[in-house]
Design a protein around this ligand. Sequence first.
Ligand SMILES: Nc1nc2c(c(=O)[nH]1)N[C@H]1C(S)=C(S)[C@@H](COP(=O)(O)O)O[C@H]1N2
Ligand SMILES: [Mo]
Length: 202
Amino acid sequence: MSPPISRGFSGRRHPEVDKGRVPPGQYVTDDFPVLAAGPTPPSDLEAWSFTVVGAVAEPRSWTWEQLRALPSETVTVDIHCVTKWSKLDTVWTGVSIDVLLDAVVTAATYVTAFSDGGYTTNLPLADLRGGRAWVAYGYDGAPLAAEHGGPARLLVPHLYFWKSAKWVRGLELREHDVPGFWEGYGYHDYGDPWREQRYQGD
Ligand SMILES: Nc1nc2c(c(=O)[nH]1)N[C@H]1C(S)=C(S)[C@@H](COP(=O)(O)O)O[C@H]1N2
Ligand SMILES: [Mo]
């Protein structure tokens, strides 16, 4: 018997999406949109480093090789962009920020993540701890594509995706909160998708 209604070639749908996984005002997509405020910066792995600087007893720095030698994790998470797309079950490989902050002694409560190309975003330091944030260099079992932030990007899936800085190069620890790039243009300081904190005042 043939099915009564042809669904055509419209691709995978989401009839079974658990609504409880989709924050308010978001729709689920299978695509992986590319969003950036500027061009993809060139990367030179020989010269690459990830640094933890600012309000720390001693700054820390890892070369690309050193970062890759740290214990890594592969995690499956849902991501939510403030432009309203959500993508479920994305698979990333990278180093937990807990590993990078392990030996860092600080009184800081905020962080500015900074990237090649000049992008910045601010987050409470606590949100980068506790197994909730990574420096990701793999996506779906392959090296992270440059357009999605390769060689490495911040991954903080519990906040809107603009907090997941692409081409990330380090964290500046701070005792006071300083708005990052989008936050300075009126995006919400914290950006919790479940509370729909898109813009200042939300
Ligand atoms: N360096 C940098 N990181 C960035 C951005 C950017 O403009 N520059 N845009 C942010 C925004 S608004 C989103 S939604 C995601 C998009 O990531 P994607 O292009 O991999 O989907 O990257 C975030 N990280
Ligand atoms: Mo975004």
